[in-house]
Design a protein around this ligand. Structure first.
Ligand SMILES: O=C1C[C@@H](O)[C@H](O)[C@@H](O)C1=O
Ligand SMILES: [Co+2]
Length: 299
């Protein structure tokens, strides 16, 4: 069983409203989203575009519902822009997270990313970094991680992601080998490893001691197959239902929970299942995910 004192459960607002596809759940309000997170039994949330930007306003709304902010996505451009530009934006973002009481920040390198390109097949045309770009990425992550840890008390966790420069197991391995464990941890996302046909269990086993945030995401293999065969973009795949809640797809969560348990994992596990809320009612799916986690882990 995972330790209730050490492991907290969160959920991402992307199941209610998708910031990258605003017509998905455009009608769902911030208040509905956080109320339903609480109703489903989650105490942590990531941050969406509809969330109040003012720290005190957001804190009050969340406190009323017994929810806290546990992470928010940050896009870096370390290999395509001057480092200082990324650091300036990063400082503002991390200051906000620290004020909200979050312990981690989830970073994704978005230079040349095809993640948001509607006309680019997600399984084709991904940018592969050369040695110089790898140095820029790893050195930049080390510098940002030092800033966030030492000046804001927030740990940098790196999110591997489809269509980005760090997608495959080999790329994650090179990023991990090139960064300082003191300043850079891994944000493990089960769905993104499964999507690109990497083994999530092998990856979590290898890096569990450097994982400080977990996204519990499942995939529907038939939809991912369709995405590959019909050369669909990442976001077209999301719309078609490539992702779902843990337990509703093909990812084996028993061994994932076991590895976390054996390593006495401490931190958040966040259900992140972006799909069309008109087809997958967010409250219903949040409740099913919560039930699944409770049955599998005792949390
Ligand atoms: O953590 C994430 C944030 C989303 O914006 C992203 O597209 C999603 O797939 C994800 O894993
Ligand atoms: Co994720």
């Amino acid at each position: 069983m995972l330790n209730k004192e050490k492991v907290k459960l969160g959920i991402a607002p992307i199941a209610w409203t998708n910031d990258d596809l605003p017509d998905l759940g455009g009608e769902n309000t911030f208040e509905q989203c956080v109320s339903e997170m609480a109703l489903a039994g989650f105490t942590g949330s990531e941050v969406g575009n509809k969330y109040p930007k003012d720290v005190e306003v957001l804190k009050k709304a969340l406190k009323l519902r017994g929810v806290e902010i546990c992470n928010a996505w940050f896009s870096t451009f370390l290999i395509s822009k001057p480092y200082e530009e990324t650091e300036a934006e990063f400082r503002k973002h991390v200051a906000f997270l620290a004020a909200m009481g979050a312990k981690v920040v989830g970073v994704s390198e978005q230079s040349y990313s095809t993640q948001g390109m509607l006309d680019q097949p997600v399984f084709e045309g991904k940018h592969e970094m050369d040695d110089k770009e790898w140095d820029l990425l790893c050195n930049g992550l080390n510098r940002l991680g030092k800033v966030s840890k030492e000046e804001y008390g927030v740990h940098l966790t790196f999110h591997h992601h489809m269509g980005t420069v760090v997608q495959s197991a080999t790329e994650v391995e090179r990023m991990m080998a090139g960064t300082d464990p003191e300043y850079v941890s891994l944000l493990f996302d089960s769905g993104h490893f499964a999507y690109c046909n990497e083994d999530p269990v092998a990856m979590i086993t290898k890096y569990v001691d450097r994982i400080k945030h977990v996204h519990l995401k499942d995939i529907r293999p038939d939809v991912v197959k369709q995405v590959r065969e019909e050369k669909m973009s990442f976001l077209a795949g999301v719309r078609a239902g490539a992702f779902t809640i843990p337990g509703d797809g093909c990812v084996s969560f028993d061994p994932i929970f076991k590895v976390l348990e054996d390593a006495s994992y401490e931190g958040y596990m966040v259900v992140e299942a972006e799909q069309d809320p008109a087809k997958a009612n967010p409250l219903e799916y949040a409740m099913s995910a919560r039930k699944f986690i409770s049955e599998k882990t005792g949390l």
